[in-house]
Design a protein around this ligand. Structure first.
Ligand code: UDX
Length: 433
């Protein structure tokens, strides 16, 4: 199949590279000439384990190329994927669809022969209808079928998520389009990954419902963690105790500082808006959004508490800035609110992150960025683990102790068994235990 990927951001790039690796011919398009130039020389503008190698291999084999001009590629394509950004619109929290609609218009003008147009970007229910309308308006002769095919990729594990998905959701009632989509995903289909066909609107909603459910699950265990602290129970054991029930499931029950990232915050907000607009508010998700928002600052207060109730004039070391490990993504990272809360309370911040510092620097004023966890700990009255990078799982506590002003560890990801930390002479505060 000849595939064009419009938008070479996170989703577009991972999907494009993986489709090429399946054996399809893929052209990745982006308006950002600097990004395309970088990609042409094999440089990947995002941090995603394994992506650079897979990209290089498929470029070498002649299946993958990059361009800023979509016209020629679209004319030759069997399927054109729209994988442009859908950020939260300033002010009202709705998804901003300007880029999606802009791409639809340009694609309509360039198609030649029957072409499947696939929205991969996360878009509110009904967007496919609007894309179809825009395309018909831009080029009434265009022979296209608009399909919804949401992605469920986790940053840091995107390639394996793409190649070994739990399911592939395809929303379309056009038989020709369904055939093309079957062909595109054939390599996975042969691996017995379930290909799930629905109407377009249902597929669009599945994506939001999945993300909202996961965000709710995390928020649920976070509130149980708070209760555990009050009643003297252990949230890790509660999570195990409920997660082994198949109806509940063990994943996404890890208590922490609240969810962040490029998807959950944006998608929960967008679902809340859509539901309200249709007179069918989803109060569980409204509450999830509100609880998660307050949680981030509450984690800052937890650190203050661990330091005896005041951090004025004190130095706090923050280990981990990205919203989760194995990414350099700082979008909606809890660290941002936590650091702000500590600075508002008069603390000086020293911080270290293995991959996220370049992204973090423009977002964080008056923070001393350090080159290792030990340098960050220098003179600190509290060391706080905010992101569970592997390299924080085996800290040299003896060395850490020589650096800090006070041996206090706040472990917002429950990386360590409390006993182990206490044995090294540190005071320990975790989450929900
Ligand atoms: C998520 C979805 O998992 C993915 O399917 C969708 O396509 C995009 O959004 P991602 O944002 O990359 O992926 O990260 P994910 O691993 O899901 O984590 C999201 C946030 O939840 C992180 O801040 C993480 O720290 C937090 N989290 C996750 C928890 O606090 N506890 C958990 O048990 C799981």
């Amino acid at each position: 199949m000849r595939i064009v990927m419009i938008g070479s951001g996170y989703v577009g790039l991972v999907s494009g590279v993986c489709f090429a690796d399946f054996g399809h011919t893929v052209v990745c398009v982006d308006k950002d000439a600097a990004k395309i130039d970088a990609l042409k020389t094999g440089r990947v503008p995002i941090f995603e384990p394994g992506l650079e190698d897979l990209l290089a291999k498929n470029v070498r084999d002649g299946r993958l190329s990059f361009t800023t001009e979509m016209k020629e590629a679209v004319a030759a394509a069997d399927a054109v994927f729209i994988a442009v950004g859908t950020p939260s619109r300033r002010g009202d929290g709705h998804a901003d669809l300007t880029y999606v609609y802009g791409a639809a218009r340009e694609i309509a003008e360039a198609v030649d022969g029957f072409t499947v147009v696939v929205t991969k970007s996360t878009v509110p229910v009904g967007t496919g209808d609007e894309v179809e309308r825009i395309m018909a308006e831009a080029n009434p002769a265009a022979d296209v079928a608009v399909v919804s095919n949401p992605e469920f990729l986790r940053e840091g594990a995107a390639i394996s998520d793409f190649k070994r998905p739990d399911r592939i959701v395809v929303g379309s009632d056009d038989e020709r389009a369904v055939e093309v989509m079957r062909e595109i995903y054939r390599p996975l289909y042969l691996n017995a990954a379930p290909l799930f066909f629905t109407t377009r609107r249902t597929a669009e909603l599945i994506k939001y419902a999945a993300n909202a459910f996961l965000a709710m699950k995390i928020t649920f265990i976070n509130e149980i963690a708070d209760l555990c602290e009050q009643v003297g129970a252990d949230v890790q054991q509660v999570a195990r105790g409920i997660g082994t029930d198949n109806r509940i499931g063990a994943k996404f029950l890890h208590a922490g500082p609240g969810y962040g990232g490029s998807c959950f915050p944006k998608d929960t907000n967008a679902l809340v808006k859509t539901a309200q607009d249709h007179g069918s508010p989803i109060r569980l998700i409204e509450t999830t959004v509100a609880v998660n928002e307050t949680r981030k600052r509450a984690m800052g207060r937890k650190i203050i508490q661990a330091s005896g109730g005041s951090v004025r004039g004190k130095t706090i070391a923050i280990l981990g800035l990205t919203f989760k490990p194995n990414t350099d993504d700082m979008r909606d990272a809890p660290s941002l609110s936590i650091i702000q809360t500590l600075q508002d309370a008069g603390a000086s911040i020293r911080a270290y992150d293995p991959e996220g510092m370049d992204q973090a620097k423009p977002l964080l004023a008056d923070v001393a960025f350090c080159s290792s966890p030990y340098e960050a700990a220098r003179g600190a009255e509290v060391v706080a683990i905010v992101t569970e990078w592997d390299q924080f799982r085996a800290l040299d506590f003896a060395r850490l102790k020589t650096e800090v002003a006070e041996p206090v560890l706040v472990d917002l990801r429950n990386v360590y068994p409390p006993d182990e930390v206490l044995r090294h002479g540190f005071r320990y505060t975790g989450v929900g235990r």
